[in-house]
Ligand binder design. Structure first.
Ligand SMILES: [Zn+2]
Ligand SMILES: [Zn+2]
Length: 176
């Protein structure tokens, strides 16, 4: 092994990076905002505001929901996290240089993974359609529900989801 891992602790590295990013913009990643961001980044799945609040309280913080919501607003404004409307939950932006940007997500209904795909073609299509209608978009997050590649391969009945599809499912795994 000649290669060294680039960062000893990716999460801490991302927090340091986020701190520097905010500082460059004249904003401050306070301890609370940093803690909230850390919890979101550490979560393998999108996490809701109340789950965040619970985890913060477990760590000994006495917080009220508005405090957490304000921290989330800040993190969204800085482009560090995205809000998934469908799940009413938050995910960290995967971008190296986070900014407030149009994002698209593929949400796996089986394993709960939210994959961010920032496809400029989708963003441009939304912008062009909006422009034709004289609509001025503020935010555009496209969320597509379905099965991720891994779950699609292992069959759609994976996972203990409480929702069971009735009738013929729209997705029929096919073999190559
Ligand atoms: Zn993003
Ligand atoms: Zn999946």
């Amino acid at each position: 092994m000649t290669r060294q891992p680039p960062a000893p602790e990716p999460l801490e590295a991302r927090l340091v990076q986020a701190e520097a990013l905010c500082a460059r913009r004249g904003a401050r990643l306070t301890k609370l905002r940093r803690d909230v961001l850390g919890l979101i980044l550490a979560s393998p799945e999108p996490v809701g505001a109340y789950a965040l609040l619970d985890r913060m309280r477990e760590q000994g913080a006495s917080l009220q929901p508005p405090t957490v919501y304000r921290a989330l607003d800040f993190l969204m404004a800085q482009g560090l996290v995205h809000r998934l409307e469908r799940l009413n939950a938050f995910v960290g932006c995967h971008d190296d240089a986070p900014h407030d940007h149009a994002a698209q997500f593929f949400l796996c209904t089986a394993c709960g993974k939210a994959e961010e795909v920032d496809d400029p073609a989708i963003a441009e299509a939304v912008a062009a359609t909006a422009a034709r209608r004289g609509f001025a978009p503020l935010r555009a997050t496209v969320e597509v529900e379905g099965l991720c590649a891994g779950c699609a391969l292992s069959g759609s009945d994976r996972g203990g989801s409480s929702t069971s599809p009735d009738g013929p499912g729209p997705h029929r795994p096919h073999s190559h």
